[in-house]
Design a protein around this ligand. Structure first.
Ligand code: 5GP
Length: 172
């Protein structure tokens, strides 16, 4: 087990307190990265004490495999303009950093007032591009994780905890 239900709730509360303090007096646009961040975003925004707007993007990720394709494609764009707004990109996990770097660049070129990032999980040992993650829930080793939004071939997202997928299941 990487994060139990109880640990998740402590981590999310800590992140929400940090973010709420940092954005005190400002409105925030939370940009969730579909689909993996959905459960994390839902829990996180309910603990934020600043005014929040919620939007989503969808990008290509691992598909049904357990290693990255190295390619990022935008499948679903934001619904609202981000011009002059303070954005917080929320990811389930930062691995190579390619997705986050793509999003940070894309949001900055759209004239956002500020762009920061938050990830429930961070796998720094896998980083391929230098990407800043401003708020990290937990640093994790290089293992394939599922649960609390994270999938393997679209399964296990509904597990209430984050766990390591057993190798036999990846290969079956
Ligand atoms: P990056 O662009 O940083 O390499 O990849 C980010 C995306 O890869 C995440 O949003 C997630 O969808 C996927 N990913 C990376 N590591 C894992 C993992 O351990 N488990 C699962 N289920 N997805 C992962």
């Amino acid at each position: 087990m990487v994060l139990s239900e109880q640990e998740l709730s402590v981590v999310v509360a800590r992140l929400a307190a940090e973010i709420s303090a940092d954005y005190h007096g400002r409105d925030l646009v939370v940009v969730g990265v579909l689909r993996g961040s959905v459960i994390f975003v839902a829990d996180l925004i309910r603990r934020l004490t600043v005014p929040v707007r919620l939007d989503f993007v969808a990008l290509s990720s691992y598909g049904d495999r357990v290693s990255s394709s190295g390619e990022v494609r935008l499948h679903k764009d934001l619904e609202e303009s981000v011009e002059d707004r303070h954005l917080l990109i929320v990811e389930d996990i930062v691995d190579t950093g390619l997705t986050l770097r793509y999003l940070l660049t894309s949001m900055q070129t759209r004239g956002a007032a500020s762009v920061k990032s938050c990830a429930l999980l961070d796998k720094p040992s896998r980083r391929e591009v230098d990407t800043r993650v401003d708020y990290v829930g937990k640093v994790v080793p290089d293992e394939f994780l599922v649960g609390y939004g994270l999938d393997y071939a679209q399964r296990y997202r509904n597990l209430p905890y984050v766990g390591v997928l057993r190798r036999e299941l990846c290969e079956s």
